[in-house]
Design a protein around this ligand. Structure first.
Ligand code: 2P0
Length: 328
């Protein structure tokens, strides 16, 4: 760090949790109350360049080409952890762009913070193991740790380990090439952010403790379904985890309703497809978009069915992909 600016670019993909994370055990440390299991989407990407520069007095963020003076605080907090860990005080210019609409409800914070951590770490010439980078990304945004890895990924709570969470790939993407069709049902920003929603739920829902108690069994069932490539079993546990999370959200006071009417219509359409023997199941995050997960041979049929649900604004389709990596 001898007065020269140093930069690196990283690419990361969004991920979708099949066994959901909702709730925090420790707010200051952003420690999740439950583990989670996800798939990383290869067809959508965030590209982030981080340039550390001795001339800068503070961090600067450009998101999709525009300076973002609100989001820079969270980015700065994340960079600060890396700076402390790697022993530097240099500030950075961060340029980040998504090749998918942010309003698509695809957790751009997951791919965003994963790309940020990987690019900043490379720019500083760091040599930290990936598990440590994942735990660092988790402190910035819980779901970001999962985008450090490709394919099927589990974030586990490991209070006895070297880090309080351990994230790892449980199956590479090519081992079970599932497809995801996202039905975008609304394009506005969501009303209640995930962090705020989690804290409200935890504080006010009478169902919160049973949600936390159920999670290890769901994780075990999903892990087993992935290991044996059992689509039906994965469908069952994923839909159950999704619906339980939304039931939990609804039971907060005031209840959090992330769905719209089209969301519900899409869920019925997907259940109908499965009754007809089409291998597809749904999941929904903290927003109104519906993600249909299917076997590749069913993709066209799923797109056709969801594309004709009144209120669906657009469809985005993606296969599974790799974890965050330095570009070039
Ligand atoms: C998930 N979500 O497992 C769940 C399901 C949303 C619904 O992880 O507060 O934006 O920054 O740790 O990373 C949203 O998570 O939350 C999320 P923070 P983040 O994908």
């Amino acid at each position: 760090m001898s007065g020269l600016s140093c930069s690196a670019t990283a690419i990361a993909h969004p991920n979708i949790a099949l066994v959901k994370y909702w709730g925090k055990a420790d707010i200051a440390e952003n420690l999740p109350a439950v583990g989670s299991l996800s798939i990383t989407l290869g067809g959508l990407a965030t590209t982030t360049t981080v340039a550390f520069d001795p001339e800068l007095r503070e961090d600067v963020l450009l998101l999709d080409g525009r300076e973002d003076t609100a989001a820079v605080r969270r980015v700065s907090g994340c960079l600060e952890r890396l700076r402390r860990r790697l022993g530097t005080s240099l500030h950075a210019r961060v340029e980040s762009a998504n090749d998918f609409p942010t309003a698509a409800g695809l957790a751009s914070s997951a791919s965003g913070f994963a790309a940020l951590v990987v690019a900043a770490h490379a720019a500083l010439g760091g040599n930290l193991p990936r598990e440590e980078l994942a735990d660092l990304a988790r402190r910035c945004s819980g779901s970001a740790a999962r985008s450090l890895f490709g394919g099927f990924v589990e974030l586990a709570l490991t209070p006895e380990g070297p880090h309080p969470t351990t994230t790892r790939q449980i199956l590479p993407p090519e081992a079970w090439p599932l497809e995801v069709v996202v039905a975008v049902t609304a394009t506005g920003p969501k009303e209640t952010g995930s962090t705020e929603g989690m804290l409200l739920t935890e504080r006010t829902s009478p169902c919160y403790r049973s949600w936390v108690r159920q999670s290890p069994a769901d994780l075990a069932a999903a892990r087993e379904a992935v290991a044996s490539r059992d689509f039906e079993a994965l469908a069952e546990v994923s839909e159950a985890s999704c619906l339980a999370m939304h039931g939990l959200m609804l039971s907060a006071r005031p209840g959090l309703i992330y769905w719209n009417g089209t969301t519900v219509e899409c869920l019925h359409r997907i259940r109908q497809l499965r009754r007809e023997g089409i291998p597809v199941f749904f999941t929904v995050d903290a927003g109104p978009q519906v993600k249909a997960i299917c076997l590749p041979e069913a993709t066209a049929r799923v797109e056709e069915a969801l594309g004709t649900v009144p209120g669906v604004v657009r469809l985005l389709s993606s296969g599974l992909g790799e974890g965050a990596r330095v570009a070039g």
